[in-house]
Design a protein around this ligand. Structure first.
Ligand SMILES: N[C@@H](CCSC[C@H](N)C(=O)O)C(=O)O
Length: 890
């Protein structure tokens, strides 16, 4: 151990041969670059890779040097108070995992605070939070009463509340933070506070008690703190069999001062306890993953029951965004209010598996009442002033099976009367009743006004284990790139409503989607064209509402409860109507598809299209197909072959899920748009009507034809146009019915041409389609759904020298028109036709009719999401063809 004048200051981990020897054990000169690779090891690797090389026998654990003294005059150690190899091994290891300049092991967490507070002189100020561990409050109160330190408390969740204390006259020497706080789980923005304090009071030291999260989940030194301490009795050791504390320092001055104090006071950790702590810390990441997954389950369960729960893993936490900016997990401590102190006491006493005990961080779950236990040393009136309520229950979650934890908790809630099953109350309290309630959840409502439904425990556990997986966040290995075409109705629009067959064909205007991995446990959508740009915590999605289902195809009907919950969730971000629909459709499929798999991968779906949105060209079906196919590929439920085409049964599955997404977007769609988007080519669709059977047949294999699609940019009202035709039919059946019959003949002939059953030459094929289009447009005019803007396009394209045939497509009344471009049509003419149409105020797109449906890229490089958006509509086609691997299609 060093002295404060630095004459024999302990080495920093970076300087220490002990710290570096682990990386050079095989190759002293590090000729294989191992040190550089080892320096990049992730936390779970670092924490288990303890360097034990400082011993003569090659012991693979750091041995216990159970000795008070060391012989000799010039060795590294003389006296265990000043330094001990077991403690030294622990300290070097901890410095590495804390990203610290140096770490020190002490006898308890409170000793750490005691040492740290000795850096403050009488008359100087310590500014601390207003929700903090009872023992911390006690020691601060002592520093005030016996040490002449000016101790002040402020709400550290609000940086502005600290500012009045930071002016020069306040003499602030130390700012002491907890985040999350114990026991209210309040969040302080460590980075912002550190920067604000440093700017206003450059000499002040930022100290963070990091016990609630451990360095696995939060490393305050990386956020600007100077000193961090941690009660190692908690997560670091993990088994409640050792008391210890750790101080980690961020700079040489802090290290020097702390080292001097520990030696002077004699508060260093004993060798045997150092050994125990070093043994425990190796499993920190493993334990914490399981503990916080369980904590999330418990928090979700209590939240679903209607209790007020404090936990940063809940989206409702007021500072969740700040927490997730600075920490990589929510931790495993939560607290909950019952609104009734005696009731809380009954809950705590009724728990059996949950041990009634102070402390937290061990592998066993604990339940406590802070005001009676860990925080009893804070006077009741101060607790009340600081909002620490007497009915607060703290839950410190361990590694048990979460079903048993929920069973025990639910039993305690029932027998204490905190939740009341809707049965004869004279039967309460009774173990039998709790059991009946647990095993027959469907039979019981819950009477207590705010409790409206019993959480589906299995679904809840399932959901959390997907979002907050035990081996880290689940995601996908690489980007999944998909695409799907838009469509035009070539024949039969309007007539289809009255039972006539409609023919729709794909276009090569497409929607593209990239599903990319994320590492933060969130799922997100980025769809600028649809005004959707949102991210959600996977673990806080309403997993318990996802209906169970069977088979690989989607359900036919949407689940109204899940839909309503997603509408509510999405509305929190105040999206536009289009953005909300796209987000809900995406989340619905994300959750419903994940329900059948083993995980819900943390991903972002980015979509962009060169299809006009909302122009009746199937843009929403192309989007729905991208969503469905990307998610099904992510779950390996659609296999992507290296070449050839996608398995037809997988194509059917994509179609069923895309149809479900279409139902989210449109309520009651016909299914024709998604059928075209998924299958490509053409689809003949007949609606079942008046006892006549309906059907949908896919037509594949015809050669694409150049198509000019012209958006008149005149908005249309589909509903009133459809109603107008119905009214006309009712008023003039003798006019309308023959027209419908002629349209049926057109569709039948077109179907024969497209499916190849009517044999003809290429030229004959195109010119016959043109003739059918001309006739069909005439019929639509008779039905009253054309519009001057559409007729202007018809006339412009029919004029010499173009002589082309145009037909309105879709609802009419504005919207789009389609013009076939024969193979021999002159390119220069095409250019001048485009100019003429633009001069009319229309928006022409040159595309092709027919062509592939759903496409999945076989092997894709990563990081495509940003290039997809940057490509913009005009660049999408070359973006897609520029990917250096093959597309496979339906
Ligand atoms: N009787 C003890 C209580 C210790 S509480 C321990 C731990 N920090 C927690 O929050 O549970 C005392 O008064 O110090």
């Amino acid at each position: 151990m060093s002295t404060v004048d630095g004459s024999s200051a302990p080495q920093s981990p970076a300087e220490s041969s002990l710290a570096t020897s682990i990386f050079s054990a095989k190759s002293p000169a590090d000729s294989d670059g191992h040190a550089a690779r080892a320096a990049k090891w992730r936390f779970a690797t670092q924490v288990v890779a303890v360097d034990s090389s400082d011993n003569a026998h090659g012991a693979s654990s750091v041995p216990i040097f159970q000795t008070a003294t060391f012989k000799g005059m010039d060795g590294q150690y003389d006296y265990t108070r000043s330094g001990n190899p077991t403690r030294g091994g622990l300290e070097s290891h901890l410095a590495r995992i804390y990203s610290a300049h140096q770490a020190f092991a002490l006898s308890t967490g409170m000793t750490c605070l005691d040492v740290i507070l000795r850096l403050v002189k009488p008359g100087e100020t310590v500014l601390a939070g207003d929700d903090l561990y009872g023992g911390t409050n006690r020691l601060l109160t002592y520093a005030k009463s016996h040490g002449g330190v000016d101790v002040r408390h402020a709400d550290t969740t609000d940086v502005a509340a600290l500012i009045p204390h930071l002016g020069k006259g306040n003499n602030v020497k130390m700012v002491l933070l907890e985040s999350p706080t114990n026991p209210l789980l309040k969040i302080a923005d460590i980075q912002e506070i550190s920067a604000t304090v440093k700017a206003a009071a450059p000499d002040a030291i930022i100290v963070v008690d990091n016990t609630m999260l451990s360095p696995y989940l939060q490393r305050p030194l990386e956020l600007g703190a100077d000193i961090v301490y941690d009660s190692a009795t908690k997560y670091l050791s993990g088994h409640h069999d050792v008391m210890a504390g750790i101080i980690a320092t961020g700079n040489p001055q802090a290290s020097k001062d702390i080292a001097w104090l520990i030696n002077a006071m004699g508060s260093g950790l004993a060798p045997f306890d150092s050994f125990l702590l070093l043994r425990g810390v190796k499993t920190l990441a493993l334990r914490m993953d399981k503990q916080q997954a369980n904590a999330q389950i418990v928090a979700n369960y209590l939240d679903a029951l209607g209790f007020k729960v404090h936990y940063p893993g809940l989206k409702s936490h007021p500072k969740a965004d700040i927490h997730w900016k600075q920490a990589s997990g929510a931790g495993a401590v939560l607290s909950v209010l019952t609104d009734d102190t005696q009731l809380s006491e009954r809950v705590v006493s009724a728990a059996r598996l949950w041990g009634v005990s102070v402390s937290f961080g061990a592998v066993n779950s604990l339940i406590s009442m802070p005001c009676l236990m860990s925080h009893a040393s804070i006077p009741a009136h101060i607790r009340a002033e600081r909002g620490l309520r007497e009915d607060l229950i703290r839950l410190c979650v361990g590694i048990e099976d979460p079903r048993d934890l929920l069973d025990d908790l639910e039993h305690a809630l029932i027998v204490s009367g905190a939740i009341v099953p809707n049965v004869d109350p004279s039967l309460l309290p009774s173990d039998k009743l709790a059991e009946v309630f647990r095993t027959n959840p469907g039979q019981w409502g819950i009477e207590r006004a705010r409790f409206f439904r019993r959480p589906n425990v299995e679904a809840l556990i399932d959901g959390v284990s997907r979002g907050l997986a035990l081996d880290g966040v689940k995601t996908i290995d690489s980007d999944i790139v998909v695409s799907a075409p838009g469509k035009v109705i070539l024949f039969g629009e309007h007539a289809v409503v009255h039972g006539v067959t409609a023919i729709a064909t794909s276009l090569n205007l497409r929607c593209y989607g990239v599903l990319a991995p994320r590492t933060d446990g969130k799922v997100a959508i980025t769809a600028p064209d649809l005004e959707a740009e949102h991210a959600w915590e996977i673990s806080s999605l309403p997993w318990d509402l996802v209906p169970p289902r069977e088979g690989s195809a989607a359900d036919e009907k949407l689940d109204p409860v899940l839909l309503a919950a997603l509408e509510k969730l999405v509305a929190q971000d105040k999206p536009t109507k289009t953005g909300a629909s796209a987000s809900i459709a995406f989340l619905y499929l994300f959750m419903a598809i994940a329900r059948e798999s083993t995980e819900a991968p943390a991903t972002t779906l980015t979509v962009s299209a060169n299809l006009p949105i909302g122009a009746g060209l199937g843009s929403s079906a192309a989007f729905s197909t991208c969503v469905a196919s990307a998610l099904l590929v992510a779950h390996e439920r659609v296999h992507v072959p290296d070449a050839g085409s996608i398995d037809p049964s997988h194509v059917d599955d994509v179609d069923s899920w895309a149809f479900l997404a279409e139902k989210v977007l449109h309520g009651n769609p016909s299914g024709i748009d998604n059928a075209v988007a998924v299958r490509g080519g053409a689809v003949a669709f007949t609606r079942a009507i008046e006892g006549k059977e309906g059907g949908m047949d896919s037509i594949r294999g015809f050669d694409s034809i150049r198509l000019l699609l012209t958006n008149t940019r005149v908005p249309r009202d589909t509903k009133s146009l459809v109603a107008g035709v119905a009214a006309k039919r009712a008023a003039e059946p003798h006019v309308v019915d023959p027209v419908l019959g002629q349209i049926q003949d057109i569709s039948d002939e077109a179907r024969g041409l497209l499916d190849g059953s009517t044999k003809t030459s290429r030229n004959g094929f195109v010119s016959r389609l043109e003739a059918l289009m001309r006739d069909n447009h005439g019929h639509l005019r008779t039905l009253g759904v054309s519009h001057p803007s559409l007729e202007a396009v018809v006339n412009a394209t029919a004029a010499a020298p173009f002589n082309l045939t145009t037909k309105l497509t879709g609802a009419g009344g504005g919207g789009c028109a389609v013009t076939l471009i024969p193979d021999t049509f002159d390119d220069a003419h095409l250019e001048s036709l485009l100019a003429n149409l633009r001069a009319l105020g229309a928006e022409p797109y040159l595309t092709t009719l027919g062509g592939p449906g759903l496409g999945v890229h076989t092997r894709t490089p990563s990081d495509l999401s940003s290039t997809l958006v940057a490509a913009g509509p005009a660049g999408l086609e070359s973006w897609a063809s520029g990917l250096n691997a093959q597309w496979v299609h339906s």
